[in-house]
Design a protein around this ligand. Structure first.
Ligand code: GUN
Length: 292
């Protein structure tokens, strides 16, 4: 079993990004600029956005955080998005999800200018991704592709089983793994909460991508010996053993699955760190006008 080391790979790619950001600054006189909007005080969202902002600084990007409390109206939020769309000094704009119930996430996603949509959630980016055209690929799936690339894993012809069909991870991941590209060229099965024979499906997988949001959901009896295991889960539980007051668990029962796997991502230290890299790469590409 070999660990897919998100720390190692993400640090290496961030060095490359920092070099390119420095070149960009030297030639344009400005830094690539990511703006994030955070609504409310969700613990997970606070942590993720703080990490995105910190990593921007690390690689020499400008970062801006716009905060609203839970009571912000949808109209107010959409107006702020339009204002940032029009700001030529901003390359990338993300609105951290989830949003409070009174705000329609679809409206938010479609209001963001697709040319600044470095989350890759806008229907134009999604459609272009399906058609294998230049686009922003959602950060977590992008990070997973970069991880597979970093370890020179040939995915061609393999059976990839994706567990979970979210807009953010499962659905785009299933499309990317089936595309005529590398990584890609897999036979893909997209499974979800209504899948009848989930264990039998996952047992067929050469590559398992677990993005279901349930602690230790993928157990050793569901995994074929030698499978590649990608664990997207970030399940937070309060803990008295850690400084932060919580502990993270993946969607995979790492202790029992790892001995059967050929490659596996740990949690923490796996996909989560690669997600940030995906976002940074999209922001840099946007600044450089490489996609639109
Ligand atoms: N919430 C969970 N993952 C993401 C992400 O990749 N982007 C945004 N904006 N919100 C999220």
């Amino acid at each position: 079993m070999e660990l897919l080391d998100g720390k190692l790979v993400s640090e290496k790619i961030k060095l490359e990004i920092a070099e390119e950001a420095a070149q960009f600054l030297a030639s344009t006189g400005r830094k690539p600029h990511l703006t994030a909007i955070l609504v409310g005080n969700d613990g997970g969202s606070e942590t993720y956005v703080a990490s995105k902002m910190k990593n921007c600084e690390k690689v020499g990007f400008q970062s801006s955080l716009v905060r609203y409390d839970n009571t912000v109206t949808e109209a107010e939020l959409l107006n702020k998005i339009r204002e940032i769309n029009a700001d030529t000094g901003v390359d990338g704009l993300i609105v951290q999800l989830p949003l409070p119930k009174h705000i329609d996430p679809e409206k938010v996603t479609e209001t963001i200018d697709y040319r600044k949509d470095v989350d890759g959630f806008h229907p134009i980016n999604l459609g272009r991704m399906v058609r294998n055209l230049p686009c922003f690929i959602p950060a977590t799936p992008y990070g997973i592709l970069l991880m597979l690339q970093a370890y020179h894993i040939d995915t061609t012809g393999k059976h990839c089983v994706v567990v979970g069909r979210s807009n953010i991870v499962g659905t785009p991941m299933s499309i990317l793994m089936a595309r005529n590209a590398n990584p890609g060229n897999c036979t893909v099965t997209l499974t979800h909460s209504k899948t009848r024979d989930l264990k039998e499906q996952v047992l067929q997988a050469d590559i398992v991508i677990a993005a279901i949001g349930k602690k230790n959901f993928i157990t050793a009896d569901m995994v074929k010996p030698g499978a590649i295991i990608i664990d997207v889960g970030i399940n937070r539980e309060t803990s008295t053993q850690t400084k932060s007051g919580y502990k993270l668990y993946g969607d995979v029962d790492f202790e029992h699955v790892a001995p059967k796997a050929s490659y596996i991502t740990p949690v923490p230290g796996g996909v989560g760190l690669m997600t940030i890299v995906g976002l940074l790469k999209n922001t840099l590409a946007s600044a450089k006008g490489e996609i639109y």
